[in-house]
Design a protein around this ligand. Structure first.
Ligand SMILES: [Zn+2]
Length: 205
């Protein structure tokens, strides 16, 4: 039996859920997504921690753009990740600046945003994690620029060593309030330093 995704639909959104194609499960007394349906249409009703999302980033939600020198071709490439003012998950509930690694699922709008603006950042297989996650790739030769090195090694793009290093990064506020659901690993510490030294810009579509 395929797994059924049940939804949490508020009473006043019942007819909207129905018109998008949600079905009523009489026994469970819950709305659910039909097997062949496009899940993204129901995203807002998928319960937080039963879905493929593992945490909620607390806005402001930031795009971080940095430069990594490709270890294969030695050319500089723009690489991205995301950060936030805090995050809530099954094990953590922290209102301190956080950045995200090993992002495996992005919400629909953010997915479209990166596909359009950062086509070298895409779901790819990692031998390090033995999983698919959104990995940066060299703009010149396509080599995988993995999260472990960039986030944890002192030469890595997302591991600035000085305020000057941070000034070379771009921190762009994508969303000012609310939450952004992600499947990712949160990482604290260095993001506090980035926020102290960064000049945050607002996203201009
Ligand atoms: Zn390269």
């Amino acid at each position: 039996m395929p797994e059924i995704t049940f939804l949490e639909v508020p009473f006043n959104e019942k007819s909207e859920a129905k018109s998008r194609g949600a079905k009523w499960h009489a026994e469970k007394r819950k709305w659910f997504i039909p097997e062949d349906a496009d899940k993204t249409k129901f995203e807002k009703w998928i319960p937080e921690y039963e879905s493929e999302f593992t945490l909620r980033a607390i806005a402001p939600f930031y795009l971080i753009v940095a430069t990594e020198i490709c270890y294969k071709c030695s050319n500089p490439s723009k690489v991205i990740t995301f950060g936030a003012a805090g995050c809530e998950g099954e094990d953590e509930n922290e209102s301190v600046p956080v950045k995200f690694e090993y992002i495996a699922v992005l919400p629909y709008r953010l997915k479209n945003f990166v596909e359009t603006n950062y086509p070298k950042y895409y779901l790819d297989w990692s031998n390090t994690t033995e999983s698919f996650y959104y990995i940066n790739h060299c703009e010149h030769c396509g080599t995988v620029l993995g999260d472990f090195f960039m986030h944890h090694e002192p030469d890595g793009a997302f591991f600035p060593q000085s305020p000057e290093d941070v000034k070379e990064m771009e921190v762009i506020e994508l969303k000012g309030d609310g939450f952004v659901k992600l499947n990712a690993e949160p990482s604290w510490g260095i993001m506090g330093f980035i926020m102290e030294c960064a000049t945050v810009e607002k996203y201009q579509p």
